[in-house]
Ligand binder design. Structure first.
Ligand SMILES: Nc1ncnc2c1ncn2[C@@H]1O[C@H](COP(=O)(O)OP(=O)(O)O)[C@@H](O)[C@H]1O
Ligand SMILES: [Mg+2]
Length: 197
């Protein structure tokens, strides 16, 4: 069993606490609360199917398997870091900077995400401003990475196999992301295309 020191804590959302993997700087371990375990199970199954179907995972922090820890069962994912080694910042963080040059990059990356999700047919359930990170390289270029909220949150994953319905569902979730962005950054939100036109 892997022991996780509390100093490795990175952050938490509604359901999970996230820690740096003690033996691998490029992985994080997410530990679910009891209430979050159902959605974690669903997410794990969805990632397995994405792998099975050979989807391109370039815009997603990929799933790397389960692990037993002294804080409970964990799920391992790619840890998103900037080129200087610091943990990448969220869409929320970058929106709050309210910087025109950065906003342009955010808008262009969000458009890339939209095209990527459609082309790969990857479903989304909860793409909030905390669940999207931007990996910064040494030239200050930002690359979008989704860390949470992937997959349909229906218990039975039928939408995966009925593409028109799945796209409709993703479009609704996309609208929720846009309205979340609107509350802090209406000028950015205005420039984001609807999921399907
Ligand atoms: N792959 C990752 N790389 C860097 N930080 C992450 C990663 N995954 C999660 N985090 C951090 O941990 C927090 C909680 O993780 P998240 O998967 O969003 O949990 P929840 O399902 O509870 O929302 C995130 O908001 C972020 O700060
Ligand atoms: Mg989250």
């Amino acid at each position: 069993m892997l022991s996780i020191d509390k100093t490795l804590f990175i952050g938490e959302g509604r359901n999970r606490k996230c820690y740096i993997h003690p033996n691998d700087n490029d992985l994080c371990i997410k530990i679910s609360s009891k209430k979050g375990s159902r959605s974690s199970n669903r997410e794990r199954r969805y990632f397995k199917r994405l792998h099975f179907f050979g989807k391109n995972m370039s815009m997603i922090s990929d799933y790397k398997g389960r692990i037993k820890t002294d804080l409970g069962n964990g799920d391992m994912f790619e840890l998103i870091r900037d080129s200087d080694g610091s943990i990448s910042k969220s869409l929320k963080y970058y929106l709050n900077l309210n910087d025109d040059t950065i906003n342009k990059q955010l808008i262009s990356q969000i458009e890339q995400l939209r095209l990527y999700l459609i082309n790969e047919y990857i479903l989304i359930s909860d793409l909030g401003v905390d669940n999207i990170l931007f990996q910064k390289d040494s030239h200050n270029n930002l690359t979008l990475k989704v860390i949470d909220g992937i997959g349909d949150n229906n218990q039975v994953p039928f939408l995966e196999f009925i593409k028109p319905l799945g796209l409709k569902r993703s479009a609704k979730k996309w609208d929720i992301l846009i309205s979340e962005i609107t509350t802090t950054s209406p000028n950015v939100a205005k420039k984001i295309k609807p999921f399907i036109s």
